[in-house]
Design a protein around this ligand. Structure first.
Ligand SMILES: C[S@@+](CC[C@H](N)C(=O)[O-])C[C@H]1O[C@@H](n2cnc3c(N)ncnc32)[C@H](O)[C@@H]1O
Length: 197
């Protein structure tokens, strides 16, 4: 028998990530009065993106596909220094007051581009972004188009990330675009730009 390390100091019970987040003090806006409210249950991809932002020291990013702004608000909430371009064409939707409210509360940290992803990319210079998070149309063609549209906007040491790697179209587009990539437990995919093929 080997002599084991003592583990008496380990807190019991060990805190879950959600409990740890609840203990944090958020320096940004309080999103609980927004509709839908921020929830700890739907925070997974925001955690993953935030982890990589901190690990790689990234602060200027773009989220492609915003919907209700849940991930956008979580990202601002978790990363006091982050600045985000929020891109969504909201096709067929007239009332965008919900997203205007999110932008207003973000206090200048978010710039909204109400455009199709492949058009919005032309508004930014090359190498401007630290990261991009692609979460719009998850078909093979659209994901490939988004990776190609946004790859030059991210600087050489930045990250290209996205969601729904469990969907076959996304997996094919990501697999064809990068020599390697990381996968998180909630199907977020993460790739340094230098892994582009
Ligand atoms: C899965 S939702 C985004 C969810 C959001 N990222 C989150 O985590 O809270 C997809 C969004 O992408 C937008 N979208 C789809 N195709 C798009 C395109 N070509 N350009 C811009 N936005 C698009 C849709 O309007 C929709 O709001």
């Amino acid at each position: 028998m080997i002599e084991l390390f003592e583990n008496n100091d380990r807190p019991n019970p060990i805190k879950t990530p959600h409990e740890i987040v609840k203990d944090l003090e958020y320096p940004c806006f309080d999103g609980t009065d927004l509709n839908p409210p921020l929830t700890y249950e739907n925070i997974h991809k925001s955690f993953v993106i935030s982890y990589f932002c901190r690990r790689f020291d990234l602060s200027i990013g773009a989220e492609i596909g915003i919907d209700q702004g849940l991930n956008l608000r979580h990202l601002i909430w978790l990363n006091p220094d982050i600045k985000l371009y929020a891109i969504d064409n909201y096709e067929g939707m007239n009332d965008l007051s919900f997203i205007e409210e999110v932008i207003e509360k973000a206090n200048g940290k978010v710039k909204f581009l109400h455009k199709k992803s492949t058009e919005a990319c032309h508004d930014l210079p090359d190498n401007h972004l630290d990261f991009v998070f692609i979460d719009a149309n998850h078909s093979y063609e659209a994901t490939l188009e988004d990776i190609q549209a946004w790859r030059n906007k991210v600087h050489v040491n930045g990250l290209i990330m996205g969601h729904e790697l469990n969907l076959s179209g996304v997996a094919r587009a990501v697999g064809e675009s990068f020599s390697q990539f990381w996968i998180s437990y909630d199907n977020t995919w993460i790739a340094p730009k230098c892994w582009l093929i």
